[in-house]
Design a protein around this ligand. Structure first.
Ligand code: SF4
Length: 344
């Protein structure tokens, strides 16, 4: 990884006003994202997980600047884009591309695939001669594993997996550095999901892309992520290298999420007692202290009073929990994080 991250997000908050009454006055604020910080290096994939409503999609939309964040900075290639106007964003937009969950909704049904891909390039002034544009369409289709003949098809003539390949090809048309993929496989059959995940991984390696991959499913992001970030009620509660995370997440919420993932490993059954209970509280009036304390199986007195900070625990791991302490011991593969829980 290079010393300078491609993307550096610091203290991002996104609040939505809830209006009501005769004069549509602001009655409350929904804290969708509430002080999130992370980096993404060039060529790295950060997988961001959490239950529905945790703020991960809002965060993705802030990074892609479909939303302007309320506070915080988003430094992309050395430039803070958090509060740039739409006009100022225009030349930068092609460097950050989105891949959506439902490609059908984002592809013009009246246009052929070739035309969709050509338009994407032209909008950003990346067009060329007719032959150059044709060659570029064939190249993009090849990148996503589709034959040149698909250029003549309409989106409704394609399967869900093929449409998502076109969605990815359209994002690649602009030579982006960062792809923000928001639940890109959750609308697809399991067998097709694996193909799209493999495709994203191949493209990342081939083109040196960075990817912010949003999913509610830890089983899905395992296949593509270098690091895992876990969000709960607008906060990042754990950030860790993928391998260390899947060997043993440190935050009780991460442990519960991972316990809910069906795994062929017979040891996985031993985590069943950690399965998460209860509904996610409202982001309009989040719990005091640690936001997870209303569902946490090991919550202590301090948890409802004091908000835990996201702290470093060695080996690139960060956790926001009062009861996680880390020491390091030598081991056959180097230092290992050791987790201990203790009630105060
Ligand atoms: Fe549970 Fe307390 Fe840790 Fe929050 S701070 S995750 S409530 S132990």
């Amino acid at each position: 990884m290079s010393a300078q991250p491609l993307l550096s997000v610091r203290g991002i908050r996104k609040l939505f006003a809830i209006r009501g009454g005769l004069f549509r006055r602001v009655k409350a604020e929904l804290r969708a994202v509430d002080g999130v910080s992370f980096d993404i290096a060039a060529g790295e994939t950060l997988g961001l997980v959490g239950e529905s409503g945790c703020g991960k999609s809002t965060l993705a939309r802030c990074v892609a600047r479909l939303h302007e964040p309320t506070d915080g900075s988003i430094v992309f290639e050395g430039e803070d884009i958090a509060h740039k106007s739409m006009r100022e964003m225009r030349p930068l937009r092609r460097r950050i591309q989105l891949v959506f969950q439902d490609p059908m909704a984002s592809l013009n049904p009246r246009k052929r695939v070739g035309s969709i891909l050509r338009d994407a390039s032209r909008i950003q002034g990346l067009g060329g001669s007719r032959q150059e544009e044709r060659d570029r369409v064939v190249e993009l289709l090849d990148h996503v594993g589709l034959a040149a003949a698909y250029a003549d098809r309409h989106p409704h003539e394609l399967s869900g997996g093929q449409r998502q390949r076109i969605g990815i090809a359209r994002a690649l048309a602009l030579n982006p550095r960062l792809i923000v993929a928001d639940e890109p496989v959750s609308a697809l059959d399991v067998s097709v999901q694996a193909q799209i995940l493999n495709l994203l991984k191949e493209l990342q390696e081939k083109l040196g892309l960075s990817i912010l991959f949003i999913s509610h499913d830890l089983g899905v992001i395992r296949h593509v992520s270098d690091r895992i970030g876990v969000m709960y009620l607008g906060k990042l509660v754990e950030l860790a290298p993928a391998e260390a995370f899947y060997q043993g997440p440190l935050h009780p919420y991460s442990q519960a999420l991972l316990a809910a993932v069906p795994m062929p490993d017979p040891d996985a059954a031993t985590h069943a007692d950690k399965a998460i209970e209860g509904d996610i509280p409202s982001p309009i009036n989040p719990p005091s202290g640690c936001r997870f304390h209303t569902r946490c199986p090991i919550a202590a007195d301090i948890c409802s009073r004091v908000e835990p900070a996201l702290e470093h625990h060695g080996e690139g791991r960060q956790v926001a929990c009062h009861l996680v302490t880390t020491s390091t011991t030598g081991g056959p593969t180097g230092a290992q994080a050791v987790r201990t829980f203790s009630r105060e």
